[in-house]
Design a protein around this ligand. Structure first.
Ligand code: EPU
Length: 348
């Protein structure tokens, strides 16, 4: 285990924010994790867990130990007539893992192709796209529990998965995910209900084609972080009660929306931002992408303050027009490496 000092994290976060970690260590084995935690304890440092860096807002200097979770490995645990259960290291690249499952004729995750990030982050915000959420195929999550000071396994039913949410968001400093166990199908069950996916898939009803079409749709709308640094959807799609939705929709009948459980309605944040004039608009170094208004892009070597200025302006514009407060999806860290709430409501 090699603990480095003053490490630039620009290459490790997909928004390419300038952020220097006072201490940094890459962890490839569970034993290294314990050593890293002991080091942080001894130095009285907080621990910031870094995965694929695709959902984080980092300050310019972080006085903490940044632990880059790089545990690798795909292990087959068991098989039934219908399913195969696989345990995946938290450090595996998500998209490569999805491609691997399709090559091995294991089904369920194809709609989630091309999502940036690593496997260990997939349960945290229960990544989802095109009508599928990772939580549907997760059997359990292997963690180091910092409260109980022990490794343990949490069953999916106890992870409380919901839209972009899980227990790992409720108690962010408690669990460090080391592996994720997935139960995948041996026979494809294609989910084609989302938007224009069915049309794109056409008559070739195979999981391989579904995966290919998802990749094409994403590539046509979403910027490649290597070219335009971004963190995917920057805001969550707001979920409101049916009565609040009816009030808004009375003035904006074209608003795309999706009914949710408990009679709630999810509205398309991309549309709200687009209609507020922010699609393809830039404030300083940071703007909302021209092909998908929901994606915030770092165009010119921005820092966290530049990002905040733009997203606050977008929030205000949407709030003014629709009375809806958009909530950012990426997690915000402070200079001590702790997760802090976005200052959303203080400003309005
Ligand atoms: N729309 C606009 N203008 C825009 C963008 C979108 O009018 O600039 C409209 C679209 O025409 C469509 C609706 O808004 O009617 C929804 O847009 P889209 O289908 O592109 O999906 P989304 O709601 O913007 C969500 C997820 C994505 C996921 C896609 C596909 C959230 C916050 N985002 O986006 O997830 O890939 O659906 O399932 O739930 C991510 O979380 O990083 C992410 C990319």
């Amino acid at each position: 285990m090699n603990i480095e000092t003053d490490v630039q994290l620009k290459a490790f976060n997909t928004l390419s924010l300038n952020a220097v970690a006072a201490y940094y260590v890459e962890v490839s084995h569970t034993e290294d994790l314990l050593q890293a935690l002991a080091f942080a304890h001894q130095k009285n440092l907080n621990v910031l867990i870094l995965s694929g860096g695709s959902n984080m807002l980092l300050p310019e200097r972080i006085e903490a130990l940044v632990v880059h979770m790089s545990i690798a490995g795909i292990e087959k645990l068991s098989e039934s007539p219908e399913t195969v259960t696989l345990k995946i290291g938290a450090g595996e690249n998500w998209h490569d893992f999805v491609l691997w499952t399709t090559e091995h004729h294991l089904f369920g995750l194809q709609n989630l192709a091309l999502i940036p990030g690593r496997v260990g982050a997939s349960p945290v915000q229960n990544i989802g796209a095109y009508g599928v959420e990772a939580g549907e195929f997760i059997e359990s999550v292997q963690v180091y529990d910092r409260k109980l000071k022990a490794f343990s396994s949490i069953l999916a039913k106890d992870c409380n998965f919901s839209y972009r949410h899980s227990i790992f968001k409720d108690e962010p400093e408690r669990y460090i995910i080391t592996h994720v166990t997935f139960k995948l199908l041996k026979q494809p069950q294609l989910k084609l209900n989302y938007g224009d996916l069915k049309q794109a898939v056409g008559d070739d009803l195979t999981a391989e084609n579904l995966q290919e079409q998802v990749i094409k749709i994403r590539q046509s709308k979403l910027p490649d972080p290597a070219e335009f640094p971004n963190a995917g959807s920057f805001f969550k799609n707001p979920v409101v009660s049916a009565s609040v939705f009816d009030q808004i929709a009375a003035n904006f009948p074209g608003l795309p929306h999706y009914p949710q459980p408990n009679a709630q309605i999810k509205m398309a944040a991309g549309w709200l931002i687009d209609q507020s004039g922010w699609k393809g608009r830039q404030l300083g170094k940071v703007g909302m992408f021209e092909k998908q208004a929901l994606v915030l892009v770092n165009y010119e070597d921005a820092g966290l303050s530049d990002v905040k200025a733009t997203y606050h302006a977008v929030q205000s514009a949407v709030h003014q027009k629709f009375g809806v407060m958009l909530e950012p999806e990426p997690v915000l860290f402070n200079a001590l490496g702790l997760i802090v709430p976005h200052e959303t409501f203080e400003r309005i």
